[in-house]
Design a binder for this molecule. Structure first.
Ligand code: NAD
Ligand code: DAU
Length: 336
């Protein structure tokens, strides 16, 4: 068992990072968290507002800033690295910040973890494995070859490879997790589920890419948090663990669920231009994490998780409204 007392969470003002900070504050009272976040368009200080000041410290800064890392990393016993450019559509429009943050940023963190011998956990995605056909019985495992499709997923794959090399060559004490699609509170309105919920709340018709048959393997973000904590504290060094909760669903069915819960007719949406290179299906086999580390997801009922998420967006209009118009304008210019 590894029992960290002082952890540095990069990207802790984003969707999944901030949910992880809440998770640690709620479940591990002896742990202090430093959040390092550049507050890009996707970062929001409000995501960690109200947490006890003696438990959570915020540092506004960039993971690519080696001098800053050199100042703030000593004294921490683990880095949990969430910060990234995370949206596929943005990476197709402009890949540059993806290479900078996802590849160069990870390199900087690995160098500082090496210098101060700090335990490092790398948060990555199932998209590094490419996609599966709809009728393929296979799911991704830790042995699946890397085959990323988009600028986003190729930069995440590159960062994973850096982490593996820094383990083998320099002995950086690391683990990697590759998780499937998250949903839950604090997700930016550019992403599929929040976009459609907030469209309906704003009287805009939801937008479905292509034929809508693409499959994603949905997991509640709290289950992602508990899995990362489990891997950080119980995982074997040098290992990769896949995180997923058996939540495969196609986009059109997810959209119909949202429409139903929100009292809309099931055909009240527009089909729009497909995403170039759009991955068809992701599916995770999380046997290693479940059997080796004993992790189980708590949110196994997608419909009720979705209802709670819809309620969260209904009750937190002030959180998402400032980003909504600009996000929709960007999509409109793109024909989506
Ligand atoms: P997000 O876009 O909501 O948040 C990213 C956060 O990182 C923001 O707070 C942003 O300000 C910060 N950030 C960006 N560039 C930075 C930089 N250079 N320096 C410091 N901070 C910076 O992303 P998310 O959806 O919460 O994803 C978090 C992590 O989880 C990413 O590494 C992503 O690849 C991974 N992941 C996401 C999913 C998913 O479904 N969203 C699934 C698996 C893995
Ligand atoms: O699999 C994990 C990945 O999940 C993470 O690594 C990424 O950071 C995260 O953004 C997510 O990637 P996706 O591309 O799968 O998520 P997104 O929410 O952008 O889209 C989900 C699906 O919905 C995808 O098939 C595209 C489709 N879509 C998306 C939007 C925004 C639509 O049909 N309409 C939309 O308006």
């Amino acid at each position: 068992f590894f029992s960290p007392r002082n952890i540095l969470v990069t990207g802790g003002c984003g969707f999944i990072g901030s949910n992880f900070v809440h998770y640690v504050v709620d479940h591990h009272p002896d742990v202090h968290v430093t959040v390092l976040d550049a507050l890009t368009y996707a970062g929001n200080r409000k995501n960690i507002e109200g947490l006890p000041e003696d438990r959570v410290e915020f540092v506004h800064g960039n993971i690519c800033d080696a001098d800053l890392l050199d100042k703030i990393v000593p004294g921490h016993d683990a880095i949990v690295h969430y910060a990234a450019e995370s949206h596929n559509d943005n990476s197709i429009k402009d890949p540059a910040p993806f290479v900078e943050t996802n590849v160069v940023g990870t390199f900087r963190l690995l160098e500082v973890a090496r210098k101060y011998d700090v335990r490092y956990h790398h948060v990555s995605t199932d998209e590094v494995y490419g996609d599966l056909a709809l009728d393929d019985p296979a799911r991704f495992t830790e042995e699946t070859p890397y085959h990323p499709s988009s600028p986003y997923s190729s930069t995440k794959a590159s960062s994973d490879l850096l982490v593996r090399a820094w383990y083998r060559t320099f002995g950086v004490r690391m683990t990697i997790s590759n998780c499937s699609n998250n949903y839950g509170p604090y997700q930016h309105v550019e992403k599929f589920i929040p976009r459609q919920i907030t469209n309906i709340l704003d009287g805009i018709r939801p937008k479905l890419y292509g034929d809508g048959l693409n499959v994603r393997d949905w997991i509640h973000t709290e289950d992602h948090s508990s899995a990362v904590w489990t891997i950080l504290t119980k995982g074997r060094l040098g290992e990769t663990y896949l995180i997923g909760a058996d939540g495969e669903r196609n986009n059109i069915n997810v959209l119909r669920d949202i429409l139903k819960v929100m009292g809309q007719p099931e055909d009240a949406f527009d089909k729009v231009k497909d995403r170039p290179g759009h991955d068809r299906r992701y599916a995770i086999d999380a046997t290693k994490l479940r059997t080796e580390l004993g992790w189980e997801p708590a949110h196994t009922d997608f419909e009720s998780g979705l209802e709670q998420t819809i309620d969260w967006y209904r009750n937190n209009r002030a959180w998402w409204e400032p980003a909504k118009a600009a996000t929709e304008e960007k999509y409109r210019r793109n024909g989506q």
